[in-house]
Ligand binder design. Structure first.
Ligand code: AMP
Ligand code: GLY
Length: 425
């Protein structure tokens, strides 16, 4: 059968690579893909953008695509799954209604409160004066969030009143995030340890994937600006067995059931961002309605089962009875980015050294890359995710860094400490 993956980042390269490994899959189409997916055996890039929903549907129809997997959140929030549904085509991801979990923070907070799922206390504002008055009445740190999708930039952790007021101005008056900032959520500041938890959901049953942890900050020791993620590893020691059970019982299952009660059947990957308090209570910081990037890369390196089988089981409500097997080894991925990311950066630099990385147990997933005349060039902020398997996190880390150090371009940047929290544990 043929399948279609929508997206062009490292997550989609990993999804396409793993789907192509299925003996039942003939061709994996990727829209639009990148230079890495173009080189992958059994994978073909097609020139359709992630939000060109009508064209994606037409392509799937014309090319007998058995099912489509959506990588990024924007097309999900824009209703890509609903559009496939309308013509009777299978598409893995939540529909527009369920994708509001990521598309609107105000929706999510009221959902969490209504279903008594632990989260930070909050208020919603569309008026700057009222928001500022609230901040003045509530001394101490708070978190200001743009309601809609703001490309990961809509959240300000405000440690002082002035920072909070500036964030309110930026969102509601200067409209820095456009319509996504028409409303804001102001949240209680939570302390503890952050963790993420990713499941595959078939509308009813949630299958927890191998645990993983990413590093969101750009610089070492988790300093500097927030990014999409500078590296990730699996398993994540922070998720103990006890915590795992608690997250399934107190967060994941109530989320799927609560959505169903509200008329939204959730299908697809569900990524829950959590703060584990000193009281050990896991509280929801956010939901993403998709797989994580770069968490997907180490998680899929460890998946021994057929990903196409899992996707089909999720699309036909058979996940509960679908066996899943993980490699006992650890996997760790180091993101190589362009200097300056997540701010301004240069693209179009030649990437050298990729041919020097033939190691078994290492896979280089591409994100922002393109190919011209047989050479590879940088084409985005995050460029590669060098991912390795090892007997332990430490050995996966050594292997990933020894490969990353062979790859060069002008302005290449990566953190040298991906996985340090796991090693401390
Ligand atoms: P979000 O996109 O909502 O996950 O927020 C991005 C980041 O902001 C999170 O990964 C946390 O580091 C931080 N954050 C968000 N909400 C809170 C909160 N209520 N308390 C403390 N930190 C938070
Ligand atoms: N790595 C975090 C995310 O995918 O949102």
């Amino acid at each position: 059968m043929n399948v279609l993956v929508v997206g062009g980042g490292g997550r989609e390269h990993a999804l396409a690579w793993k789907l192509a490994a299925s003996p039942r899959v003939e061709t994996v189409f990727v829209a639009p893909g990148n230079a890495g997916t173009a080189q992958e055996p059994g994978v073909v890039n097609i020139d359709i953008g992630i939000n060109e929903i009508d064209q994606l549907v037409a392509f799937a129809k014309d090319n007998t695509v058995a099912f489509t997997v959506i990588g990024p959140e924007a097309p999900l929030v824009n209703g890509v799954v609903d559009a496939f549904d309308e013509v009777g085509l299978r598409c893995l991801g939540p529909n527009r209604g369920a994708a509001q979990l990521e598309g609107s923070k105000a929706f999510t907070k009221s959902f969490l409160k209504r279903h008594r799922i632990p989260t930070a206390a909050y208020s919603v504002f569309d008026d700057a004066d009222e928001a500022i008055a609230w901040v003045k009445q509530h001394p101490g740190p708070c978190v200001i969030k743009a309601d809609g999708l703001a490309a990961g930039k809509g959240v300000t952790v405000a440690t002082t009143e002035q920072v909070a007021i500036n964030a309110i101005h930026q969102c509601l008056r200067e409209r820095a995030f456009g319509n996504a900032g028409d409303r804001i959520v102001i949240e209680e500041y939570l302390v503890g340890e952050e963790a993420s938890f990713i499941c595959l959901v078939d509308g009813e049953f949630a299958l927890p994937l191998a645990t993983s942890q990413d590093h969101k900050a750009r610089d070492e020791k988790d300093q500097g600006p927030n990014t999409g993620g500078m590296g990730a590893y699996s398993p994540a020691p922070v998720i103990t067995q006890q915590l795992h059970q608690r997250i399934m019982r107190e967060i994941v299952r109530p989320t799927i059931e609560g959505l169903a009660q509200d008329g939204h059947i959730y299908t697809g990957f569900l990524y829950t961002g959590l703060m584990i308090g000193h009281d050990k209570v896991p509280r929801v910081l956010e939901y993403n309605c998709r797989f994580g990037d770069p968490e997907t890369q180490p998680i899929l390196m460890r998946l021994k089962s057929d990903l196409a089988d899992l996707c089909e089981a999720a699309l036909t409500r058979r996940l509960e009875h679908c066996p899943v097997e993980w490699d006992e080894r650890a996997a760790l991925g180091v993101v190589m980015a362009c200097g300056g990311y997540p701010g301004e950066y240069q693209t179009g630099n030649v990437i050298n050294g990729l041919d020097d990385c033939p190691e078994k147990n290492v896979k280089i997933f591409h994100a922002g890359t393109n190919e011209r005349d047989g050479r590879l060039y940088t084409a985005g902020g995050r460029v590669l995710c060098v991912t390795a398997l090892g007997a332990s996190i430490e050995s996966a880390q050594n292997q990933a860094y020894s490969s990353a150090r062979k790859i060069h371009w002008t302005d290449a940047y990566y953190r040298n400490d991906i996985g340090y929290r796991a090693l401390k544990n």
